[in-house]
Design a protein around this ligand. Structure first.
Ligand code: ZN
Length: 310
């Protein structure tokens, strides 16, 4: 009888352990980029641990998959992806190899951050990846509009609340606090760039349409002939002619691209090359989502001021 009761207690303990233990520790969150990781930290606070896969100084389209990524995914409770096929070249096999049913696309622990934000450059007509275009489902660099950052933070708040209903109020409060700091910062950024509305710029990759729309910049050309396609001599000559015609004096280059072609274009046009980071971690100063904009806005405003004299 005593053995039977002990057996019952063991069964009960195992059942309890299976049902509850994850409620005790923090949720394990993995972001595919440092931007998503930073926003998850803002909302999750000490109720989550956060890892990021791609680093901000890497091209998010072409992150080199490492074995350590699979280990992170094996143990994850929530995977947050940029979506719009940004990670299609490297993430799907990692998710499969993790054998973690919680974070498979469609499962409760998989959050596609692109579903509730403003997406630009959605192709009209038939969707195609012809000629290597890496933006087949619209522009995936949407986090560079701070209001999209706000919408991502809301989606993360809702997802964390769904996975941990008991901490719903905590996540809601963290969101309110983040939203307030973001709104204060937006006033600062808008004011810093307000004098340069309509400034014409060229960018290496199409990373900046959301940023440009938000801050009133006019992107008139790209060093890449198409997103993901390296510069070609004929395209570069056309771009130089167009920059001279429109008097464009700024070329934005993401930290992970070769500066050879941008520097050559700059020599020919008198433009200035600015290495601006699209992601948290792309430069040492950009340690979180708000500091990413602090860095980029300050760099761009300082340069445009020097060029325009405004
Ligand atoms: Zn891209």
């Amino acid at each position: 009888m005593r053995a039977f009761i002990r057996g019952l207690m063991v069964v009960a303990a195992v059942a309890w352990a299976a049902a509850v233990p994850r409620a005790a520790g923090p949720l394990k969150v993995v972001g595919t980029t440092e931007d998503l990781g930073s926003l998850a930290r803002e909302i999750g606070g000490d109720k989550v641990t956060v890892d990021s896969l791609g680093k901000g100084y890497q091209d998010p389209h072409f992150v080199e998959a490492k074995p350590s990524f699979i280990l992170k995914l094996v143990n994850a409770d929530l995977l947050i992806a940029v979506g719009r096929e940004l990670e299609i070249g490297w993430l799907p096999p990692l998710i499969t190899q993790s054998r973690n049913s919680k974070i498979q696309p469609g499962a409760p622990g998989y959050l596609d951050a692109s579903l509730t934000v403003r997406i630009l450059e959605i192709p009209q007509g038939q969707i195609t990846r012809a000629m290597g275009d890496v933006h087949p489902l619209g522009n995936p660099h949407y986090w560079l509009d701070p209001n999209n950052g706000r919408l991502i933070a809301q989606a993360i708040r809702d997802k964390l609340s769904e996975l941990r209903p008991n901490d719903r109020d905590y996540f809601a409060q963290r969101y309110v606090d983040f939203d307030k700091r973001l709104a204060d910062a937006e006033k600062r950024w808008d004011a810093a760039l307000a004098p340069y509305k309509g400034a014409k710029i060229v960018t290496y990759h199409r990373s900046w349409p959301n940023f440009a729309e938000r801050f009133g910049l006019d992107v008139v050309g790209y060093v890449e002939p198409k997103p993901g396609i390296p510069p070609s001599p004929s395209h570069t000559l056309d771009l130089i002619a167009e920059m001279k015609r429109l008097n464009v004096k700024v070329i934005l280059v993401e930290p992970y691209f070769d500066l050879k072609t941008p520097n050559a274009i700059a020599r020919d046009t008198g433009a200035k090359v600015l290495v601006m980071t699209p992601s948290v971690g792309g430069v040492p100063e950009a340690t979180d989502y708000l500091k990413l904009f602090d860095y980029d806005v300050n760099l761009l405003a300082t340069t445009l001021k020097a060029i325009s004299g405004k």
